[in-house]
Design a protein around this ligand. Structure first.
Ligand code: NAD
Ligand code: 6OD
Length: 503
């Protein structure tokens, strides 16, 4: 991942200008016609960032119509090389405005700039470049088919763009997760209508400026802001002219969108919630396991779908692991995004903080022991309006406790000892979710054996969130439907048809 200097990043506290978001429909920024809007607050200190217009059916209709017109127009006629060259220019355009994207993302989310400059923004750009290779090298199958008359037939497959794709994205890695879907969709010739999270409208809006600057035809990339139910999210996913829906967010929201997608039998690609385990064996390199678990439990204030909320540690190293993770958590510095010493920012909103704190309380009610944290930190007066919570570690909860079974999406984890490999595998898999797992061991055979038995879409061994964008990404069980990444994105973003030619 590229390392970008923060030297030129303006302190967020000095970027006092209001930033009002806008829909981006058919290449034009607009406030739409509903007359409704909401205020966007910065979770660092509760200050007002700006207003965001709420889209209604008219805005969704206009965006979907523009996306269809683009498919029928210049975009649909471009060669794959012209199209992918243009997307490479979009990637360059994001990098050229790196600090604008960085600032916008950190204002909306409160995350440390040191994190967003390593992950969110570089990946936001890379997602456009990565899929150009996939699009340019699509191969399809061909069969020579014998026939009774001896002349035979040729069967070959063609792939074409699916059409207009609705992209519904969450707030935790707004640009990264939105472009993870927009990149392949456009590279494979589709057009998109994006409904970003209501919490994080800025980078999706900014991307419209880059699209115009590099000459992406109008209507290819559209953004309509709004909420989920009875708002832009629902109207978009219900829209009969949307040809596919790709969604990242909570499992419960996925269920609602699936019902909406049933009208007209629209295909879905879902990346949903998780309750991800880490298994630390006694033979693990403890330095690496602690470093990895610090990141997987606490980075982005615990708001990473792949993050670890359940840690199973083999008994001989349990006490040492708990003590070292506690020391790490207590050393994390809470602070402003622009401070390079900041290790952890606030949660995304006061509403989310209320949810996370309800689990902090429940943990104690259910008998867990708080190893560290468990409450609201004392912050300087100017940050008291922010959505701050303490990084938290528990031990001693029962296997059926809420904090062990429900996704919290905060900077917290529960650590439990185990005695046998079989027991660790059973505990790790005892969840309806199946997104990711991390296994820490120096025993090569055990690493492969245990990884193969994890009921997840992604299993890391001796690492976490190490991403090769060619690999299949997605969740098993209640954590998703389908896989995206590399050639796997072809399944959802293209429609395959077989041509049978009698010779
Ligand atoms: P969310 O489900 O609340 O919202 C996601 C998006 O869906 C938002 O844009 C929201 O407005 C929209 N939405 C809500 N209801 C809708 C409806 N009925 N119809 C259409 N759109 C609707 O999720 P969130 O709180 O933004 O994100 C956090 C969740 O996302 C966590 O559960 C996390 O695990 C999950 N997540 C999963 C992955 C993954 O790759 N599996 C990645 C990131 C986040
Ligand atoms: O790295 C990715 O491609 C990806 N989709 C990450 C998801 C992180 C979830 O919060």
């Amino acid at each position: 991942m590229a390392v970008h200097s923060l030297a030129n990043a303006k302190p967020l506290s000095q970027s006092a200008a209001r930033r009002d978001a806008a829909h981006f429909i058919d290449g034009v920024f607009t406030q739409g016609s509903t007359g409704r809007s909401w205020q966007n607050f910065c979770p660092v200190d509760g200050s007002l960032i700006g207003t965001v217009p709420e889209g209604g059916r008219a805005e969704v209709d206009a965006a979907v119509a523009a996306a269809h017109a683009a498919l029928d127009g210049e975009w649909g006629r471009m060669t794959v090389v012209q199209r992918t060259d243009m997307l490479a220019a979009v990637a360059d355009g994001i990098n050229a405005r790196f600090n604008d994207f960085l600032e916008a993302e950190c204002l909306d989310t409160g995350k440390p700039m040191s994190l967003a400059s390593h992950i969110d923004i570089p990946r936001g750009a890379a997602n456009f470049k990565m899929f150009t290779d996939v699009a340019k090298t699509i191969a399809t199958e061909c069969f020579q088919t014998p026939t009774p008359d001896g002349t035979g037939a040729l069967n070959y497959a063609l792939r074409r763009p699916r059409g207009v794709i609705a992209v519904i994205s969450p707030w935790n890695l707004p640009l990264l997760l939105m472009t993870w879907k927009v990149g392949p969709a456009l590279a494979l010739g589709n057009t998109v209508v994006v409904k970003p999270s209501e919490e994080t409208p800025l980078t999706a809006t900014l991307l419209g400026e880059v699209m115009n600057a590099v000459g992406v035809p109008k209507g290819v990339y559209n953004v309509v802001h709004g909420f989920g139910p009875e708002s832009a999210g629902e109207f978009l996913t219900q829209h009969p002219k949307v040809n596919g829906i790709t969604f990242t967010g909570e499992t419960r929201t996925g269920e609602a969108i699936m019902r909406q997608a049933a009208h007209g039998i629209r295909p879905v690609s879902f990346e949903l919630g998780g309750k991800n385990p880490a298994i630390v064996f006694a033979d693990a390199d403890l330095d690496k396991a602690i470093e990895g678990t610090m990141r997987s439990a606490f980075s982005n204030c615990g708001q990473v779908c792949l993050g670890t909320e359940r840690v199973y540690v083999e008994r001989p190293v349990f006490d040492a692991f708990v003590a070292r993770l506690k020391a790490g958590a207590e050393a994390l510095r809470l602070g402003r995004p622009e401070d390079p010493a900041t290790g952890i920012g606030p949660l995304v909103s006061q509403e989310h903080r209320t949810k996370v704190l309800s689990y902090y309380r429940k943990a104690v009610e259910e008998g867990a022991t708080v190893v560290t944290g468990g409450g609201v930190p004392k912050m300087p007066a100017e940050l008291e309006g922010g959505a701050w919570v303490e990084p938290t570690i528990w031990i001693g909860a029962s296997d059926d406790a809420a904090i062990v079974n429900e996704e919290i999406f905060g900077p917290c984890c529960h650590i439990r000892p185990f005695d046998t490999e079989e027991e660790a595998i059973r505990l790790a898999n005892s969840t309806p979710y199946g997104l990711a797992a991390a296994v820490w061991t120096e025993n090569l055979s055990r690493a492969h054996r245990v990884a193969a038995r994890m009921e997840v879409g992604i299993c890391w061994v001796n690492s976490w969130f190490l991403r090769d964008l060619r690999t299949a990404f997605g969740g098993a069980k209640a954590s998703g439907i389908g896989r995206e990444g590399g050639v796997h994105s072809l399944e959802f973003y293209t429609e395959i048809s077989n041509v049978c030619v009698k010779l």
